[in-house]
Design a protein around this ligand. Structure first.
Ligand code: ZN
Length: 432
């Protein structure tokens, strides 16, 4: 038997096996059950989430010998022909390569002939937004007064490019991105079907990489299966796909935290010497700080994080505030956007590593102002032993170098803390 990719093998053949589009599925099923069959449907949504699959299932539901039914049998000649893609009454057209008015003219002529062996003659037009304006105009007349046996199912990833005149004549369904945990559980079934062992974290990683597309998830899954030798592991994926290992990332961030930038830079050099690309290392860093940000906001679900929280040392998990992590991500996102214009992305990343080592001194203007205000109140309350010299209580002294440090870091963003500091110390001459 020839090799069949998982996306094809696992393509749902009826509404009940479709995942992640519950609203669309239940509405379609109900309208078929109640005999409310529209002459034109418009399925919109991101790629790889099931629009064409739903169109084919709807075609089967309408043309099944036991139909119209919300649960096509999959066994009759009509169902089988649609599954194989050779039904004479279900015509699939790729809007991207049949964009002209002549293509639509052919459809207009064809629709005059009734279906050969089914109840309906169904046109599935994928990427319908690619049709030209004149093609849309020609199509419009057919949709307005179609023969009773004709059903159009349009699919598009770019709803806004479909003219309003067409949209308003269709029953519209919006397909959504599929949740990573739904994708992961489908991958688990696929792995079990193949008798392949797996680490859950590895499947979660694939699900997260697929960013909501079931088709992309299956494609990546097939790639991972092909090199996994019957056992899908996270370390295998990292090895083969050139991802930076979590240990290396932990070690680099610990170095940054201890202000040992030189250690982080030698780790970076090691990764580059090992053949990893600087783009991938920056992406891994973004991923790393994103996970820390989500953890600091109380999110611990492995499905959302894509990694187990236990993979991070306790010291790192508690080292940064939300604000500091946001600042780190800002630096990294900006770096990633700019690398293509850089004279040397590696130099830029070294520079960012150095900046990240100051992260723990970063504070928002608001928190600096609050600290200064409370310092001012405390100084106002202080007993002065001499009109020229303030007696600064011991508890305030450790506070001052810290505030000074924060001011240095913040000074480019706002002058406000400086102004407050100036006011604060203007009336008092203190010896610090
Ligand atoms: Zn059937």
């Amino acid at each position: 038997m020839s090799y069949e990719v998982t996306a094809t093998k696992k393509r749902p053949q009826n509404f009940d096996s479709m995942v992640g589009q519950e609203f669309v599925v239940s509405t379609l099923k109900n309208s078929i059950k109640n005999g409310r069959i529209a002459h034109a449907y418009l399925f919109s949504g991101p790629r790889g989430v099931g629009k064409t699959t739903a169109a084919r299932i709807l075609a089967k539901a309408l043309n099944c010998e036991k139909g119209p039914t919300d649960n096509p049998c999959g066994e009759c000649d009509n169902c089988k022909a649609i599954t194989k893609g050779n039904s004479l009454d279900v015509i699939e057209i790729d809007g991207a390569s049949n964009t002209g008015v002549n293509d639509v003219r052919i459809i207009k002529e064809e629709v005059m002939f009734p279906p050969s062996s089914s109840s309906y003659k169904i046109y599935i037009i994928d990427e319908v937004h690619m049709l030209s304006q004149s093609a849309f105009n020609a199509l419009l007349k057919t949709i307005e007064e179609p023969p009773s046996y004709v059903v159009f199912i349009f699919a598009t990833t770019e709803l806004q490019k479909v003219p309003a005149t067409i949209r308003s004549r269709c029953q519209q369904f919006n397909f959504h991105l599929i949740n990573a945990d739904v994708i992961a559980s489908q991958l688990e079934k696929a792995a079990n079907d193949l008798n392949v062992k797996f680490e859950k974290s590895a499947l979660n990683w694939i699900a997260k990489e697929a960013t909501g597309s079931m088709r992309d998830a299956y494609t990546l899954f097939d790639q991972v299966v092909s090199f996994s030798d019957g056992n899908i592991t996270m370390s295998g994926i990292k090895d083969k796909l050139g991802l930076t290992g979590q240990d290396k990332l932990n070690s680099m961030v610990l170095s940054i935290l201890d202000n040992k930038v030189s250690n982080a830079i030698s780790d970076l050099r090691e990764l580059l010497a090992f053949g990893e690309s600087i783009e991938q290392i920056i992406k891994d860093f973004i991923e790393y700080f994103r996970t820390l940000l989500l953890l600091s906001q109380g999110i611990t679900s492995e499905n959302i994080l894509g990694i187990s929280p236990s993979e991070f040392p306790e010291k790192i998990k508690t080292a940064f505030t939300v604000e500091q992590l946001e600042a780190a991500l800002e630096l990294l996102f900006e770096l990633y956007r700019n690398i293509k214009y850089s004279i040397d992305p590696v130099y830029e990343f070294e520079f960012i590593l150095s900046r990240l080592s100051h992260l723990k001194y970063l504070a928002s203007n608001t928190s600096i102002i609050t600290r200064l205000e409370s310092l001012k109140t405390n100084i106002d309350k202080m007993p002065f032993t001499d009109s020229k010299k303030a007696d600064i209580p011991d508890k305030l002294e450790p506070e001052l170098p810290h505030i000074e440090n924060q001011l240095k870091i913040q000074h480019q963003e706002s002058k406000k803390p400086f102004e407050i500091a100036k006011n604060l110390f203007s009336g008092v001459e203190v010896e610090i």
